[in-house]
Design a protein around this ligand. Structure first.
Ligand code: IPE
Ligand code: IPE
Ligand code: MG
Length: 230
């Protein structure tokens, strides 16, 4: 990856809808919780590969505002995995210059998770590559919150809404990837995706490797972005 510096030509910000943990587990007759554990390992592999990829920002959809509809056990599993992941990987983020960012209504998660995240944000504040994690995130809610804030400070315009989104300090979204073969956005980055390139792959999230992202960046580099012009 490091030997082809032009690979991610132009791609600064990639977002991924990490889908397919449950189906990965089901195929192996394992509980969904194991699929989620293996999903965390896929995240870890990717974050470790961030630097050679040369991205400014990777945004990962970890828990949607609709995922509360799942069983209490599954939600608990996901929240516990979150706690474990932050605890185990935070030192590595700090050492590797990964700057954590959280988008979504994360302040309403369990108080201990909010405290862990606040600590992680503070400890990684000087990082150079951003790992943005969408937690309790729903794009429609993000846009509605942004519109309210925009109205409080002046006129509602596309610019003023953009400036109030949770992603306002991130580079524009270049590429949006969804794994597991589903072709929908499931309330993820609806505003930011206006002119993002999209890539839907069949790979189930626990099987997703840095090589897949590398391939996606190659694919992205071949695309012609037009933004409505010619
Ligand atoms: C993605 O995998 C993880 C989360 C949504 C938290 P799923 O749990 O949605 O896996 P499938 O879609 O059931 O296979
Ligand atoms: C989207 O996946 C949310 C995350 C990946 C966190 P879902 O599995 O929840 O989406 P749907 O239900 O298939 O649309
Ligand atoms: Mg799913």
């Amino acid at each position: 990856m490091g030997d082809s510096p032009d690979r991610s030509a132009g791609a600064r910000h990639v977002a991924i809808i990490m889908d397919g943990n449950g189906r990965w587990a089901k195929k192996r007759a394992l509980p969904r919780s194991i699929g989620h554990q293996r999903g965390v390992e896929a995240v870890r592999r990717l974050v470790r590969a961030l630097e050679p990829m040369g991205l400014d920002c990777l945004t990962l959809y970890a828990f949607s505002s609709e995922n509360w509809k799942r069983s209490e056990d599954e939600v608990d599993d996901l929240m516990n995995l979150m706690r474990k992941f932050i605890k185990s990987d935070l030192p590595e983020f700090v050492a590797n210059g990964v700057k954590l960012k959280i988008i979504g209504d994360w302040q309403s998660l369990a108080p201990d998770i909010v405290a862990m995240l606040e600590d992680a944000l503070a400890q990684t504040a000087n990082g150079t590559q951003t790992l943005a994690v969408a937690l309790n995130y729903g794009a429609q809610n993000e846009i509605a919150r942004a519109a309210v804030k925009a109205a409080e400070t002046g006129a509602i315009t596309t610019e003023s809404i953009t400036a109030q989104l949770d992603t306002s300090d991130l580079p524009p979204l270049d590429l949006l990837i969804r794994t597991s073969g589903e072709i929908r956005l499931s309330n993820f980055l609806l505003w930011q995706a206006a002119y993002a390139e999209m890539l839907f792959v069949d790979t189930l999230w626990p099987d997703f490797k840095p090589e897949h992202l590398s391939q996606a960046l190659n694919d992205f580099a071949q695309r012609e972005r037009r933004y409505g012009g010619r």
